[in-house]
Design a protein around this ligand. Structure first.
Ligand code: GLC
Ligand code: CA
Length: 518
């Protein structure tokens, strides 16, 4: 059997850098702040840290609008801070994954400034410029994911942006763009980073004929602008796979590195991003648990369909939260959040945690006058805003929750005095201690971190499956209901229950999960 790699057995952890730890009192998290918290992360037992963008940016989309790919924004620190952070991560045996945003730059990036400066600029073709439609309007019906047309007129032509007008899309058909962007990968790989999470991987290249998208028959006037059309011609084009393969080749030329893709796609399309001969992304993000109904049947179906669609040798992965989606504890409730933890950490495949999940952080309602996210500002009240899941990490019950000595850039949760790392550490049955135990159990047992999955079944409110390798076999039984249920279980004691402080009996309590070693 092929030996297990670090990104297969290990757990990944996403940090939204504005909100993890502030080191200088300006209310915004930074790289030195992350360095201060590395012992916490190492102790938690995760393996790879993914940090969302910290590059120079006008912050129209909080760092996903990059004006220089090869530096650190002064808000977050300096390149020297970055090098120190990377060294400190490696000293602890951890790995660092950066966010790579290839689809678009900031409109303040020198490439775009040059591109827009004239129709004959050598960089004109680096972006997607088109003549107006005959009526003078946008060249086609493609909309922005943040609302409105995806086209903005600048001079005599329009340029396309999948997101804000401050985020013009690059033209990945242009070989100079490819070279420049692969050089960015090399810049960070040379410094020693262990991999990249590629932003909107499935959007990187568009239809060469710029055909109109069809109307989404399922849309209503209430749905967001981007949901009104089926994104047939501006996303998931066949030519994207050539780019992914080229990115992977750049990473492979540096040895043991990891390529992750952000991909919101049905399984049969998602798995194509592993690439021919598995030479694409090693981990095309699987977001299906973030979008599914939360009951035993729906989740059994997801597991079974995903496992069935995986190409031979492809390694699965699971995510229950990220900086773009409502937090799991808000979506499913605090009882099921414990089941989500057990599920995420016992399924076959690399788990990616989002900071704060381990303390059961919930979405924080943001008053209208404090909204920061452009997705909410552009389409108010349509549920597009992402501020609620991006609030500062809750470290302790002191002022600023231990996140900052200043005024946090986004308000803290009203319950931070109870829901925080310090307080929950001392509560034996807290969700934090459940995460710690689950992570430890997973890290110590190869069957759980790299074994097979067998016997996935849903019966009424209970989901069960086994994780198996040559050395061991574990049974996982999860009750998705808020009522007790009597189910057939081994007579021995469980090695771990979601209800840490309670002795096991033959009934599963409301929202109880148990792990048995068989
Ligand atoms: C990705 C990011 C999201 C960002 C968007 C545009 O979906 O995760 O936060 O707004 O791309 O870069
Ligand atoms: Ca700061």
């Amino acid at each position: 059997m092929q030996s297990t790699l670090w990104w297969q057995a290990g757990i990944l952890y996403e940090i939204y850098p504005r909100s993890f730890q502030d080191s200088n009192g300006d209310g915004i998290g930074d790289l030195r702040g992350i360095a201060e918290r590395l012992d916490y992360l190492a102790d938690l037992g995760i393996k790879g840290v993914w940090i969302a963008p910290f590059y120079p940016s006008p912050m129209a989309d909080f760092g996903y609008d990059i004006s220089n790919y090869s530096n650190v924004d002064p808000i977050f620190g300096t390149l020297a801070d970055f090098d120190a952070l990377l060294a400190a991560i490696h000293t602890r045996g951890l790995k660092l994954i950066l966010d790579f945003v290839p689809n678009h730059t900031s409109d303040q990036h020198p490439w775009f400034l040059e591109s827009r400066s004239s129709l004959t600029s050598p960089k004109r073709d680096w972006y997607l410029w088109r003549d107006p439609a005959p009526d003078g309007g946008p060249p086609n019906n493609w909309v922005s994911n943040f609302g409105g047309s995806g086209w903005t007129k600048d001079g005599s032509q329009y340029y396309y942006h999948s997101f804000l007008r401050q985020q013009p899309d690059l033209n990945w058909r242009n070989p100079e763009v490819r070279k420049a962007m692969f050089d960015v990968l090399r810049f960070w790989l040379d410094r020693g980073v262990d991999g990249f999470r590629v932003d909107v991987m499935w959007m990187m290249i568009k239809d060469s004929q710029f055909r109109d998208n069809p109307i989404n028959p399922a849309s209503t006037p209430e749905t967001s602008a981007s949901a009104r059309y089926l994104a047939l011609y501006n996303t998931n084009r066949p030519e994207v796979h050539e780019i992914v393969t080229q990115m992977r080749a750049v990473l492979d030329s540096f040895g043991d590195r990891l390529l992750i893709g952000e991909l919101y796609l049905p399984f049969e399309q998602l798995v194509t991003y592993y690439g021919v001969g598995l030479k694409g992304a090693q981990l095309p993000f699987n977001f299906h648990l973030m979008q599914s109904a939360w009951n035993a049947q729906a989740i059994a179906e997801i597991i079974t369909n995903y496992e069935a669609d995986l190409p031979a040798g492809a390694w699965p992965n699971w995510v229950v939260g990220n900086h773009d989606q409502p937090r799991i504890a808000s979506r499913v409730g605090t009882g099921l959040a414990r089941i989500a933890a057990m599920l995420l950490l016992t399924l076959r495949g690399t788990p990616t945690m989002y900071y704060g999940e381990e303390i059961g952080m919930t979405d924080v309602p943001i008053p209208v006058n404090e909204v920061q996210d452009p997705a909410e500002k552009n389409e108010p009240g349509k549920g597009q805003g992402r501020d609620p899941e991006r609030t500062p990490m809750q470290w302790n019950s002191g002022p600023g929750a231990g996140f900052t000595t200043g005024k946090p850039w986004l308000r803290l949760s009203a319950s931070f005095d109870e829901v925080n790392v310090a307080t929950l550490t001392h509560q034996k049955d807290s969700i934090l201690n459940l995460y710690r135990e689950l992570i430890q159990l997973r890290n110590e047992n190869a069957a759980l971190n790299s074994g097979r999955i067998e016997g996935v079944t849903a019966l009424d409110t209970v989901l069960r499956y086994e994780r198996v390798d040559d050395l061991g076999r574990f049974l996982i039984v999860l009750n998705f209901a808020g009522t007790p249920v009597s189910v057939a279980m081994p007579s021995r004691a469980a090695v771990l229950s979601t209800h840490l402080d309670q002795p096991g009996d033959s009934n599963l309590r409301p929202y109880e999960g148990r792990i048995f070693q068989l």
